[in-house]
Design a protein around this ligand. Structure first.
Ligand code: BDP
Length: 704
C-alpha cells in the first residue's frame, strides 16, 4: 500500500520524478507513435565489441534504444537480418570497410550517419575512421531520437573544429572545489585507486556525449602533491576509466614542484637539475598514463610561483615543461591570466603586455591559454586582445562554466550566449577578419561539476556544461539551438515545454548582466567570495581587487576610460576594432562603461540620460527574473514535480538576490552621482550603509 502510494506520488500524470542525475542522457520513453516509427529503422544493432570503446558505443546505444523505444534491440556482430543500425570503422566492420576512403576524410574524431542498403535491408550506418568517432556518432544518433528528429534522408558528417576540448577542474586534493557550487570534488582521492566509483564512468559518458576529449583533474592553484607517485597512481586509475570514452587526463603542475617534491633548491627553468627533474617526472607519468595529455600551468599569477621568480620569461617556463613532455606527445597549456600587483597599468592590459612579445618564442607543443575576456570571467567582457595578436602561437580560450561571477549555482543563467558572443567576436585581423573561434586550437571550461546529485549544483547549470561541450565541438553552433536540444533531452521533446524553456534560457544571461553589471560595468561583486553586490569595495591589498578601481564613478560620470586618453587598452586591438571601441558614438552600448568614462547626462540610444538608463537596466534585470518565474510556473505539471519544485525555489532565490543587487547598486551609485531616481523607480528599501554592512563569512566556493 505504502509502496503504491510512493509510486503514485512519484508520477504527475505521466511525468516521472527525477533527481537530475541522468543529465541529458535520460533516454525516457518516447511517445508511442514516434517510438514505433523509430523501431522500423532500428530493429537490430550490428556492432563490433572487441575494444573497450567499441563496447562503450554498443552499450550506450542499447541503453538508449531500450529506454527511448521501450525495448532492447536485437544484437548482431556481422550479418544483417533486418533494418539495423550498423556501427563500426573500416577496420572493425566488413560492412563499413568499403567506405574507407570517404570515412578517412572525416579525421580521427569524425563520424558519419547515413542510410545504406545492405543484403536487401535498409540500414543506418554510424561509421567513423576510429572507434571514438563511432561512440560520438552513437551519441549523435541518440540525440536525434531524444529530440524527436526525423531519420528520413539522414546524412550527417561531423568533425570537431577544435583539437583540444577540455574541462578544467579547480579541485583540491582534500575534496574542496575552488569556486565550486556543486558540492565536493567528484574525485575521491582517498579511495582511489582501488575504488572506481561508477560515477566516474557516468562522468566520462556525459563528456563523450559532447565530444569533450580531455580533463585537467586538479586546481590551477596546484599542490605539488598531485605529481607525487601515490597521486599519480590515483590519476592513472581515472585515466583508465576515461580512456574508452576518448578522454585524456591532464594535470595542473605547480612550477615549484622540483623544490617541494624533488628537494632541489631552485625551480629555475634554465637550471640543468631542474630540467632533469621535469624530464624524469614526465617519464614517470607516462609509464603510468601512456596517453597522458600534459600540464596546465598558472605561473606568476596571483601569488603562484613561476619563471619570473628567477628572472626568466613565461616562454622559458613553458618551454621547460614542454621539452620534458615532447618526447611523449604531451602539451603544455600555459595560462595568460597574469597581472602583477607592482605594475600600476590597467589590469585589462597586462596579459597582452606580458605575452605579445613572446609570440614565436614557445616550443611547438605549448598552447597559451587565454581567458575569454581581459579581466576575469565577468558577466560581459569584450574579447581578450591576445586573440589575433599571437599569430605564431597556438591559443586556447578559457571560459568559466562554474558561475563564480554569475550567481553561483542558484541563479538560472544560461551561458551559451556568453560563449557564443566570445567565440564569434570578430578580431578583424588578417584583412577580411577572423572570429576568435577561427583562431583557436582548443577551448577549456572551468568545470561546474561536483558530487551534488545534479552534478552541477542545479538542474539548469547542467545546460552550461552541455553548451560548453557542444560549442567546443562546433564553435559556430547557435546557442539557441543548443538550448533547444538540451531542454528536449533534459525535460521532454514536446515543443510546448521546450519553447518557453528556451526563451527563458536565452533571456537569462542578459537578465544577469542587467541586475549585476549593466552597460559594460564589471568586477562589482563583494570581496573575496564574490557573493552579491559590492560596488563600494575599496582599499585592501591591491587596487585592482576593488570595485571602485573598475567603475570609477564620481559626481560627473562613471566608467573606465580605456581610450587613448585613458589606459589605452583599446590600442591592443586591431586598428578597426580599436577605432570602434575608441569612439564614444560607435562603442557598443553593452560595453560602453568598459571603454569610456561617461557623463551621467550622456544621451543613450534609448534617448534617456545615462543615469536613468543605468537605474532602468538594474530594474529591468529584476523584471526579467520575474518573467522567468512566470514562465516556469506555467510549466507546472509538464515537468516532473521534483525538478519543478527545485527550479521554482531557486528562481525565487534568484529574484530576491536580483532585487538585492539592484537595490544595493542603485543606493551606492546614487550616493556618488547625487541624482534623483528617475520617475517611476522605487527607492531601495534600506540605506546604503545597510547593504554595505552585510557579511557572508561562510559563502561557498571562496579561495579559502
Ligand atoms: C579568479 C578566481 C580564482 C582563480 C583565478 C584563476 O577568483 O579563484 O584562481 O580566477 O583563474 O577568477 O586563476
Amino acid at each position: 500500500m505504502l509502496v503504491a502510494a510512493a509510486v503514485l506520488l512519484a508520477f504527475t500524470g505521466n511525468v516521472r520524478a527525477e533527481d537530475g542525475y541522468a543529465l541529458w542522457m535520460r533516454y525516457a520513453p518516447l511517445q508511442p507513435a514516434l517510438a514505433a516509427d523509430y523501431r522500423t529503422h532500428l530493429g537490430e544493432v550490428v556492432s563490433p565489441d572487441q575494444t573497450p570503446t567499441q563496447r562503450a558505443a554498443r552499450e550506450e546505444l542499447v541503453r538508449g534504444l531500450s529506454g527511448l523505444l521501450g525495448r532492447a534491440p536485437r544484437m548482431n556482430t556481422a550479418a544483417i537480418a533486418a533494418p539495423a543500425v550498423v556501427l563500426g570503422t573500416p577496420q572493425s566492420s566488413v560492412l563499413i570497410a568499403p567506405l574507407r576512403k570517404e570515412i578517412e576524410a572525416l579525421g580521427d574524431e569524425g563520424y558519419l550517419l547515413r542510410h545504406a542498403h545492405i543484403d536487401g535491408h535498409t540500414v543506418l550506418l554510424v561509421a567513423a575512421p576510429q572507434d571514438i568517432g563511432v561512440l560520438y556518432g552513437v551519441f549523435h544518433l541518440l540525440r536525434l531520437l531524444q529530440t524527436g528528429a526525423s531519420l528520413d534522408a539522414l546524412e550527417v558528417r561531423e568533425s570537431p573544429r577544435l583539437r583540444l576540448r577540455l574541462l578544467n577542474h579547480w579541485d583540491n586534493l582534500d575534496g574542496y572545489v575552488e569556486r565550486g557550487y556543486a558540492g565536493r570534488s567528484l574525485w575521491d582521492w582517498q579511495t582511489l585507486p582501488e575504488w572506481r566509483d561508477p560515477r566516474y564512468t557516468d562522468y566520462a559518458r556525459a563528456n563523450a556525449s559532447l565530444g569533450i576529449n580531455g580533463t585537467v583533474l586538479n586546481n590551477v592553484n596546484a599542490s605539488a602533491q598531485s605529481l607525487a607517485p601515490d597521486y599519480l597512481a590515483k590519476a592513472a586509475a581515472l585515466a583508465d576509466i576515461f580512456r574508452p570514452y576518448g578522454i585524456r587526463v591532464y594535470l595542473s603542475a605547480r612550477f615549484s614542484a622540483p623544490i617541494e617534491l624533488g628537494g632541489l633548491t631552485t625551480a629555475d627553468p634554465l637550471d640543468p637539475a631542474v630540467q632533469r627533474w621535469w624530464r624524469d617526472k614526465a617519464d614517470e607519468i607516462y609509464t603510468r598514463i601512456p596517453d597522458f595529455g600534459g600540464f596546465l600551468v598558472k605561473a606568476n599569477s596571483e601569488g603562484q610561483p613561476g619563471p619570473q621568480d628567477y628572472g626568466r620569461s613565461h616562454a622559458d617556463g613553458a618551454n621547460l615543461l614542454a621539452a620534458a613532455l615532447a618526447p611523449h606527445g604531451g602539451v603544455v597549456m600555459w595560462r595568460a591570466f597574469v597581472y602583477a600587483h607592482d605594475v600600476p597599468a590597467d589590469r585589462a592590459t597586462q596579459a597582452y603586455t606580458e605575452f605579445v612579445g613572446l609570440d614565436g618564442a614557445f616550443l611547438p607543443n605549448v598552447i597559451v591559454q587565454v581567458k575569454n575576456g581581459p579581466i576575469d570571467f565577468q558577466p560581459r567582457e569584450p574579447f581578450h586582445p591576445l586573440f589575433g595578436a599571437m599569430p605564431r602561437t597556438p591559443l586556447m580560450m578559457e571560459v568559466q562554466i562554474t558561475k563564480e561571477y554569475l550567481g553561483f549555482a542558484t541563479h538560472l543563467v544560461y551561458l551559451g550566449p556568453l560563449y557564443e558572443e566570445a567565440l564569434q567576436s570578430d578580431t578583424r585581423v588578417r584583412g577580411e577578419g577572423a572570429t576568435v573561434a577561427q583562431l583557436l586550437t582548443g577551448i577549456a571550461g572551468v568545470a561546474n561539476i561536483g558530487n551534488d546529485r545534479t552534478w552541477s549544483g542545479s538542474h539548469f547549470d547542467q545546460a552550461n556544461w552541455y553548451a560548453f561541450g557542444r560549442l567546443a565541438w562546433n564553435p559556430r553552433h547557435p546557442s539557441r539551438d543548443i538550448a533547444a536540444d538540451w531542454a528536449a533531452m533534459t525535460f521532454t521533446p514536446s515543443p510546448e515545454v521546450v519553447q518557453p524553456i528556451v526563451e527563458m534560457m536565452m533571456d537569462s544571461r542578459e537578465a544577469a548582466v542587467n541586475y549585476m553589471t549593466p552597460l559594460g560595468l564589471h568586477h562589482l561583486m563583494a570581496r573575496g567570495h564574490h557573493y552579491g553586490p559590492g560596488p563600494w569595495v575599496d582599499g585592501g591589498p591591491r587596487a585592482d581587487w576593488t570595485s571602485v578601481y573598475y567603475h570609477r564613478a564620481d559626481r560627473h560620470g562613471i566608467g573606465f576610460d580605456r581610450t587613448a586618453h585613458g589606459s589605452n587598452a583599446v590600442g591592443q586591438y586591431s586598428p578597426e576594432v580599436a577605432a570602434e571601441y575608441e569612439d564614444l558614438a560607435r562603442a557598443p552600448e553593452p560595453l560602453l562603461l568598459w571603454f569610456h568614462h561617461v557623463p551621467w547626462d550622456h544621451r543613450m540610444a534609448s534617448g534617456r540620460p545615462l543615469w536613468d538608463e543605468l537605474v532602468g537596466r538594474y530594474t529591468q534585470g529584476v523584471r526579467q527574473v520575474q518573467g522567468m518565474q512566470a514562465t516556469w510556473a506555467g510549466l507546472q505539471g509538464r515537468v516532473d514535480a521534483q525538478r519543478h519544485v527545485q527550479v521554482a525555489a531557486f528562481l525565487s532565490l534568484q529574484r530576491r538576490e536580483a532585487q538585492w543587487w539592484r537595490d544595493a547598486s542603485v543606493a551606492y551609485f546614487q550616493s556618488v552621482s547625487g541624482r534623483p531616481l528617475p520617475a517611476g523607480e522605487t527607492a531601495p528599501p534600506h540605506p546604503l550603509a545597510w547593504y554595505e554592512a552585510l557579511q557572508f563569512p561562510s559563502a561557498p566556493g571562496d579561495g579559502r
